[in-house]
Design a protein around this ligand. Structure first.
Ligand SMILES: [Zn+2]
Length: 290
């Protein structure tokens, strides 16, 4: 559900607004990999089909004095059959585009979009059906993707057969909307991508630097606050040990900078601060500025 007014974080001459890209449910066991249900279900209750409720958090980044309006991530979108809606407990009318419009943000005003990877619950909002046609949701935006991720999506590389969907990325190829990047890249003033392989080969995170603080959006690097532990991988991760190393690097980088971390699938505390605690880290919920 979209909160109104939405949570907003001031990083210093740069604001980050959390916009909902929808909610859905996935199998709790798959979300926690090798962690026994006896452990994860204490903090994350499952429904009668063993599914847990997940957010699709998207971030709108605005910097006074620039004409860039940058969107990080696009959520699950709206293109689902009734059977899929049932499987994922997904409401196809509640997704990023109507939620932006409800906040007074015209999707045509978005200048740049960046996605962590191209699984359906991250890239689904890039396109939608309207007037019997598949359309770009952000018709004027440059859309950034990491080259190995686009290559793997086009080849449908991975262990899940249905998570890369051509309807989410092919129209952008046809419209020449992609800006394919390689390695760490500054995509807009103060907004950098950081390769964080593990969940997929081409997965990257996005860091937003304000004059006071830095915030990182890690995509499926660490989907909820319950995935903080080193062993807490998802069964969906293609390279679990690589993901663990990427997570440790990200947490170290943020702890050294008193930085903030924004989760993609966290419902209750979408933004946290990261600090060292012993040999690992602790997270503290960060309240929004409104
Ligand atoms: Zn994913």
């Amino acid at each position: 559900m979209q909160a109104n007014p939405p949570p907003r974080y001031d990083l210093g001459n740069c604001t980050v607004t959390l916009v909902s890209g929808g909610q859905f449910k996935l199998d709790g066991g798959a979300m926690f990999g090798l962690i026994p249900k006896a452990l994860w279900s204490r903090s994350y209750p499952a429904d009668d089909q063993n599914r847990i409720l997940l957010a699709c958090n998207c971030l709108l980044v605005e910097r006074p004095g620039t004409d860039r309006r940058v969107l990080i991530e696009t959520g699950h979108g709206s293109k689902y059959t009734p059977k899929e809606q049932n499987i994922f407990a997904l409401d196809p009318t509640c997704w990023l585009r109507p939620n932006l419009l409800a906040l007074g943000v015209d999707p045509a005003s978005i200048t740049d979009v960046v996605v962590s990877h191209l699984h359906f619950d991250h890239a689904g909002g890039l396109t939608h059906n309207a007037d019997g046609q598949l359309k770009l949701t952000f018709p004027n935006a440059r859309v950034y993707v990491h080259k190995p991720e686009l290559d793997d999506a086009c080849a449908n590389f991975g262990i899940m057969t249905a998570t890369y969907r051509a309807e989410n990325y092919s129209p952008l190829c046809a419209a020449d909307a992609w800006r394919v990047i390689e390695g760490a890249t500054e995509i807009a003033p103060g907004i950098h991508t950081l390769p964080t392989p593990g969940h997929t080969r081409g997965h990257h995170s996005i860091a937003v630097q304000g004059s006071d603080r830095v915030l990182a959006f890690g995509g499926d690097l660490m989907p909820t606050r319950h995935h903080l532990g080193a062993a807490y991988n998802m069964a969906y991760d293609l390279y679990p040990l690589d993901n663990r190393a990427s997570k440790q690097q990200m947490l170290t980088w943020l702890a050294e900078r008193d930085g903030l971390y924004a989760f993609d699938h966290e419902l209750e505390t979408p933004v946290v601060s990261v600090r060292r605690k012993g040999e690992w880290f602790e997270l503290t919920a960060e309240s929004s500025d409104r």
